[in-house]
Design a protein around this ligand. Structure first.
Ligand code: PLP
Length: 460
């Protein structure tokens, strides 16, 4: 009897533990044009490590301003915890390719397998670790959709820190499951506005039924950090040190693409403040700086919050409340409040300073995705690959689908790589709305953008 063997195709690529990268990649060291400095809003002088370490841990402040070291070692205890879920799989999306009927090869880096379901843990762990090392006992943060709060709750527990999370009141009431996750890990979750801070009290006195906003939650988290001894504040996106920590994603992906015998023509990430996009892209981008490769990098943002494609390049605050230093960024203005958007993690008004410079210099592109196209892409992906993507990640999937279809009509077989930044299993209320036909595309009028960007001080 004769047996014919077919060459089996590999779907998932995982690195052995001893090949997980041991340092993060600091892209700033290799950038042809460095980002402009962050400045102090009062004096307009560049911020120093001392300025930043009032709010953040000393090591995070140091990393924020590091423009020279290409690699920054990942501390041993953080690497140990990374091993609980890293390497994350690189997966060839055969199902999606088939559903689209395209010859291009589509890969995704699956960050949804982290214990809390998104890439956010990659930065929560080192941020908590540095605080513990520096004798900090308490940390604070704010959360809207709850992904960052959930990641930080686990990280705080792992390093024995007390965590207070200010959660926008309307999310606290309408999206109870991430609150439960945070509480399960032992975090204190406070609906914002609250009576625990001056900022919260002031707003509640004036508007007793106020449902909260990210801006108010930030004000409360920062205020608590300032008045509590041994307490620091943390952020889960936008800042340089956060993007730095996320480069574990792209470094792994590069090794895994090598295992697959391929190299991406296009690298895609959804874009809130830039951390998962940066994490996947930067390690590949170093080969573009050196002239070896011509990879395309695409950041997919919601059409209703289009800082990369329709924002202005100007100094603005990294947060809605105006507590961070002023940063040179593509921004819609820190007062901008996106309407009608179900991808909570993509609501940020601005992009980090590194990605902003890279966009300005033409190393990457922004792409706007309408809400309905995004959910349709997510549903197709779910049916083809068996994973329900986070509403944020659906934007990256939509861009990947656009690229695969374009390549098909132009007769090319491209290699497309995108970041699946998280799963959507705790975001099913948004899918319900989509499936019920209640969601609409929101066309953002130019006047709305002008209103908030014209208020920015013209520093550049
Ligand atoms: C927070 C979040 C994002 C957006 O943040 P970035 O810093 O731009 O990566 C995207 N996807 C998921 C699943 C998130 O939780």
């Amino acid at each position: 009897m004769e047996t014919t063997y077919k060459k089996e195709r590999q779907k998932r690529f995982i690195l052995p533990e001893d090949q997980i990268p041991t340092a993060w990649y600091n892209v700033v060291a290799d950038m042809p044009n460095k980002p402009l400095p962050m400045i102090n809003p009062d004096t307009h002088t560049p911020v120093t490590e001392d300025d930043l370490s009032v709010l953040f841990s000393r090591e995070a402040a140091r990393q924020e301003l590091n423009t020279t070291d290409r690699y920054i070692p990942i501390p041993e205890p953080v690497r140990e915890l990374y091993k609980n879920y890293r390497s994350t799989p690189l997966v060839r999306a055969y199902g999606l390719e088939k559903a689209l009927g395209v010859k291009s090869h589509i890969y995704f880096k699956n960050e949804s397998v982290s214990p809390i379901g998104s890439h956010k843990l990659n930065s929560a762990l080192p941020q908590a670790y540095y605080c513990q090392q520096e004798g900090v006992t308490n940390i604070t943060t704010e959360t809207g959709a709850g992904q960052w709060g959930a990641a930080l709750s686990y990280a705080a527990r792992a390093f024995g820190l007390e965590l207070a999370v200010y959660m926008v009141k309307i999310s606290y009431e309408q999206k109870p499951y991430r609150r439960s996750i945070m509480q399960t890990f032992g975090a204190q979750v406070i609906a914002s506005p609250s009576m625990s801070t001056r900022a919260g009290k002031d707003i509640l006195t004036a508007h007793p039924n106020y449902q909260g906003s990210l801006g108010t939650a930030i004000s409360e988290a920062v205020e608590l950090a300032r008045i509590t001894p041994n307490c620091k504040y943390t952020l889960g996106s936008v800042m340089n040190h956060v993007s730095l920590h996320q480069t574990i994603i792209g470094q792994e992906a590069e090794l895994q693409m090598h295992m697959a015998g391929e190299y991406p023509d296009v690298v895609i990430g959804c874009f809130g403040g830039g951390s998962n996009f940066s994490g996947l892209s930067f390690p590949f981008m170093r080969h573009v700086f050196s002239g070896e490769k011509k990879t395309r990098f695409i950041a997919s943002e919601p059409a209703s919050c289009p800082k990369l494609t329709r924002g202005v390049f100007q100094y603005d605050y990294g947060d809605e409340a105006g507590y961070t230093p002023m940063m040179p960024m593509f921004t819609l203005g820190h007062d901008f409040s996106p309407a009608n958007i179900h991808a909570g993690g993509l609501r940020y008004h601005g992009a980090g300073t590194i990605v902003s410079q890279l966009l300005k210099d033409g190393f990457m592109e922004g792409e706007d995705i309408p809400q309905l196209e995004s959910f349709a892409a997510g549903q197709l992906f779910a049916q083809a690959e068996g994973i329900v993507p986070a509403p944020e990640s659906c934007h990256a999937i939509a861009s990947a689908i656009r690229r695969a279809r374009e390549a098909e009509t132009q007769g090319r077989e491209d290699v497309i790589l995108f970041c699946l930044s998280g799963h959507g299993l705790i975001d099913m209320a948004s899918y319900d709305q989509y499936l019920a036909g209640n969601l609409m595309n929101y066309v953002l009028p130019q006047e709305e953008i002008d209103k908030t960007t014209s208020k920015l001080e013209k520093i550049i």
